[in-house]
Write a protein that binds this ligand. Sequence first.
Ligand SMILES: C[S@@+](CC[C@H](N)C(=O)[O-])C[C@H]1O[C@@H](n2cnc3c(N)ncnc32)[C@H](O)[C@@H]1O
Length: 393
Amino acid sequence: MRQRSTEGAGPVRGEDAGRAHMVRGVLTLVDLFAGCGGMTRGFEDSGAFRSVFAVEFDRDAAATYAANFGDHVACGPIEDVAAFPDADVVIGGPPCQGFSPLNREAVGFERRGLWREYLRALEAVEPRAFVMENVPELLRSAEYAEFRRRAEELGFEVDGEILNAADFGVPQRRRRAIVIGTRSTPPPWPAPTHAGPEADPLPVGDDGRAPWVTFREAVEGLPLRPDGRRWHRPRRPRPESVRRYKAVPRDGGDRFAMQRNLDRAGLGHLVPRCWREKPTGTTDVFGRLWWDRPALTIRTEFYKPEKGRYLHPSAHRPITVREAARLMSFPDDFVLPEEQAMSSVARQIGNAVPPLLARRIAESLAAALRRDTPSAVPYGPVGTERNSSAVAA
Ligand SMILES: C[S@@+](CC[C@H](N)C(=O)[O-])C[C@H]1O[C@@H](n2cnc3c(N)ncnc32)[C@H](O)[C@@H]1O
């Protein structure tokens, strides 16, 4: 297991994080709004990057980050970071606070202090590139238009696209806006490695793409009956909840199918009034995942079937935290502290950038930066030995 530090996250101390460009041939990273470090994990897994500084104000998330990557994470609001270290690449993005549509004045930009903080970090770090993730709505917002204009003033060429994590081998259909800013090379986009059934009539495989990874493949090796080890545990349901789960058909189903089956079985009293009175919408609620498809978007409350399609395909329970981590492409050696609350670990997982998607982005970015300065960055993965001291500062 990869565990560089068991200490909690350090204080806000960007000012002493050091000047850290290109540590022995590996590109250095600063992760803003780092969460538990899903994005950092993907960048480090590419073998081309090493994180030197991160900031995250949620204590648990920062502690998870520290347990996985070391105590260079500042635990506090980004607004309190006095100075940022130099680095080759800045990753992470301000959390979504709702966006104003494009056709309106960008009046909210200055008030949305986190964008200002992001630009402050770009000015201070002077990276060669940045990569930001957010909800798809970002790309149509006034905030993004304004951010882009200002990043261009700082010398970046900026491009944004919506990527589906499933197209990059993550067992989850998760659409997210990715924004890449580069200085002397066009923003490089990774080529999709996987394709879904809608890619027909072009048969999957003809363009070198594999079929989307399924739930079945994602949970391979995990016992159907959760053993509680390494977060392979679901929320403990009450007996009436289990009766509801049993009423959801094994072909996916949803709350309407559940309601019909409960009514037929004379258990109509188990259907909460609020759902009976809501005849449309929230169709994925109380649905089961499908064995042979990727999951739908895993959000922060995936342990609650009343929040989405989070029931196991055949067992009468919601997915476990470990299953959700697998559906996000977190490797099993990613440390999820056992002492944290399920709600907190679930939030960190649901908020993360799937590490495999981040890795694919990191690989294409590293290749572009190598082309840019061929002698400076070695070809081929560097430091892939996860605890390698060869890249330590
Ligand atoms: C979408 S999550 C980041 C996920 C992360 N990129 C990953 O891959 O795991 C956004 C994070 O920003 C943190 N955050 C929000 N406002 C912040 C602030 N003012 N300063 C520092 N962190 C903040 C939240 O606690 C949350 O963990």
